[in-house]
Each structure stands twice: as C-alpha cells, then as structure tokens.
Design a protein around this ligand. Structure first.
Ligand code: CTP
Ligand code: MG
Length: 388
C-alpha cells in the first residue's frame, strides 16, 4: 500500500460550543500556550507512528479557517462541518472516510494534550484484537450513588469502574454500523458500538488525555505547557553527546544506517552514537529529560533497539508536548566508518524519521585520543525546537 493511502483515520471532533468553559469562541478555538486546542490535537495526530487520514469536524462558521490551518500543519487533512451533538459531528466525520480506511479513531479536540503514543496504542490494540479499544484510567475517588435529594443511596464498587478517554478506536465497519443503528444520543463511541453487540476493550489511558471542560482545566493546560508567562513562542536549543566503543556483537549501525563491513559498537542498544546524541539534544531542547530518564537504559524493551526506535519515540514525545523540531546538526568524530560516501543517505534517513532536516558532518582527530586510536566513536548533536 502506498504512503498516500493510509488505512487508519482519525476523526477529531471540534464542533462543540464549549458551554461549560464559557469562552467567547468555541472551545476547540480557545488557545493554550498560544495555540488553539484544535492545533494541539492535530499536532498530536501528526506525531503518530503511521500516516493517517485526518478529518477535523468543526463549526460551520469555522470551516474555511480550519481548512487553512490544516493545509499548513497537516497537508491532505480535511475539515468538515459538524452537527448539533457530538454524535452528529462524529457521523459527519464518518461520511468523509476514504475507501482504504479500515480502522477509525474518534478523538475529542478538547483532549488536546493527549500524547501521540496513546493514539498508536489504540491502533495497535484494534489491530491485534479486531475489536474496539478505548483508553481508560482507574477511578481514584470513592463513588456514591445518590437520590434526587442528594442523599447517598449506595457506594459503587470502584474496582469495577474506569474513566474513559479518547481516542476511541474501532474497526471501520463496526463503527459505521453502530452509528447507522444509533437511536439514542450518547457521549462516547464505545457505547454505540457496545449497543450493537460488539465488545470494546480498555487500554491504559493517560492523565495527559484529560478533557478541557471548565476554566480550571484550561488553567491546568496552561500550566502544563509552562506557557502562562511565556509570551510568544521562542525557539530553544539543546545539546547531546554520546560515545560508544567498538566491539559490539554484529555489524555496525550508525546514523540510522547498517554498515555491513564495519565492526559493531558496544552498548545496551545497538550503540548508534549519532542517533543517541540526537535524542539527548532533542529532549534537552524540549526540556523533557534525557535518554536515560525517558527510555530507561536498563529497560529490556530497549535492549538491542535500533537508533530509529529511540528517534521515533522522541519525535512522538515532542509532538505530544506541542513541540516542533526545527533542525538537527550532528558531528561524528572517529576514524571509521568512512562517512562521506554515505552522508547524504544518512541525512535522508534521519530527516525522514524526525520529519525535520538533519545534517551530519564527520571528522577525525589527527590520530589523537580514543577516536584517533580507533577505539570508538563520539557524536555531538545540537537541536533547535519550537515550543508552540
Ligand atoms: N463536539 C462536537 N460537536 C458537538 C458537540 C461536541 O464536535 N455538537 C466535540 C467537542 O468539540 C469536543 C468533544 O466533542 O471536542 C467533547 O465534547 P464536550 O467536551 O462536551 O465539548 P462541548 O460540547 O463543546 O462542551 P460543553 O458540553 O461544555 O458545551
Ligand atoms: Mg458537550
């Protein structure tokens, strides 16, 4: 299948008025950290591992503005007009699905800070199970049932409860059938799919997927973005270095490329010093920690992981935090491999993974030091990011 015909669609519903928020504009067009909630949500979708068909469902009088926004930040995405209820808005989105789509995620624009990785996890769950998947969090408060006089009538067993979030994902045919069969108005998609007899499972939700409903939620969002006093967005730089010794098992992987004729580098992962230096530079620029704190260098999931795995996960983290990568510059220091014949190839691969230009230079140290003696390589990376 070509990259231009994705099999997953994300419908972002943004057509509500936001009565409980009480802002002067519809909720999805309220800003936090200088960007609208809709923009934040679109950026999170952009950070997904795979290309998707993105449909934004918006109020009629915002259709043209929204399409212009999408044209600039998510080319190919489409804005459509919503309905009076959330359910009608989702139905409007479903009407615009491309033929090749077989999995559909429905997402509230109001859950603007949902990490990209949660979208990926919902898709993965639908793919593996063939059933609907909805993120949910355990309920931490004790929950009571009350009567019309606000008197407690029962304590509800909390262990049976989950608070559900979005994106909610389903096999396309089941979601379409559920909407076609809908008779009553409900506030989530899982309820409609369950109503026609299909199971829906819960996957682990994320506190960052909270819904902006009230002014207090918006204040929390501003705090999260660290943007309350930040004024206009300012670019930020970050620095990262990494060193690995030759002597790993297997061939060399460096700068996202396989070098079959070269000795491998030692390390818990594949020892790709260029990729690791870039990850540290990006995380540092974003203020999101470093490779050890984010990926856990002891974590068995990352044993032998390729540099691409860390770079992709880093890109998602940044996108989820509303941070765009400007560019990355790396210098590789070492005698081997001879880098210049494959420099353009490496730049292409890394730029593709990050969705931003990566330039790489390589140098030797005139025979001095451990790189000069051919014991290993060092990479130094700088990254520029823009906080939205
Ligand atoms: N939504 C929609 N069309 C509607 C109603 C809601 O697309 N007719 C979307 C909202 O834009 C939001 C999501 O559904 O992203 C969740 O709804 P909610 O948080 O209830 O948003 P609003 O309906 O806008 O807010 P309120 O209920 O406070 O008016
Ligand atoms: Mg509502």
């Amino acid at each position: 299948m070509s990259a231009s015909s994705p099999r997953v669609a994300v419908i972002v519903v943004a057509a509500g008025s936001g009565t409980r928020l009480g802002a002067a504009v519809p909720k999805a067009f309220v800003t936090a950290g200088g960007r609208t909630l809709l923009e934040h949500a679109v950026h999170a979708v952009n950070g997904m591992r795979q290309a998707v068909q993105l449909i934004a469902v918006v109020p009629a009088d915002r259709l043209d503005d929204s399409q212009s926004l999408l044209d600039s930040v998510s080319p190919g995405a489409r804005a459509v007009t919503g309905g009076v209820t959330r359910q009608a808005s989702v139905a409007a989105g479903l009407a615009s699905l491309e033929d090749a789509i077989d999995v559909v995620l429905v997402h509230d624009a109001a859950r603007a800070f949902t990490p990209s990785s949660l979208f990926d996890e919902v898709v993965a769950s639908v793919d593996v199970s063939g059933e609907g998947a909805v993120p949910g969090l355990p309920v931490s408060d004790t929950v009571k049932r009350t009567d019309a006089d606000s008197r407690i009538t029962a304590t509800v067993d909390r262990s049976e409860l989950v608070a559900v979030q979005t994106p909610q994902g389903f096999p396309r045919d089941r979601l379409v059938a559920a909407y076609a069969a809908a008779t009553e108005d409900v506030t989530d998609d899982a309820a409609l799919v369950a109503a026609i007899g299909h199971p829906v499972r819960i996957v682990a939700g994320d506190p960052l997927a909270f819904k902006v409903t009230t002014p207090a939620d918006l204040a929390r969002a501003e705090q999260l973005l660290g943007a309350a006093d930040a004024g206009p967005s300012v670019p930020r730089i970050g620095l990262g270095t990494d060193t690995h010794a030759f002597g790993g098992d297997g061939d060399l992987w460096l700068a996202g490329l396989h070098w079959p004729e070269e000795r491998g580098l030692a390390g818990h992962s594949d020892g790709d010093a260029v990729a690791h230096a870039i990850v540290d530079a990006l995380l540092s620029a974003a203020g999101l920690g470093d490779i050890g704190s984010v990926f856990g260098t002891d974590d068995p999931r990352f044993a032998d992981a390729r540099g691409e795995v860390f770079l992709t996960a880093t890109r998602e983290r940044l996108a989820g935090a509303g941070i765009r990568i400007g560019n990355v510059s790396v210098q590789l220091i070492g005698n081997r491999p001879r880098f210049s014949p494959r420099r353009a190839e490496a730049e292409g691969v890394l730029s593709g993974i990050l969705g931003a230009p990566v330039s790489i230079s390589a140098t030797t140290t005139d025979g001095l030091g451990f790189t000069g003696r051919g014991e290993g390589v060092t990479a130094i990376a700088t990254a520029l990011v823009v906080v939205r």
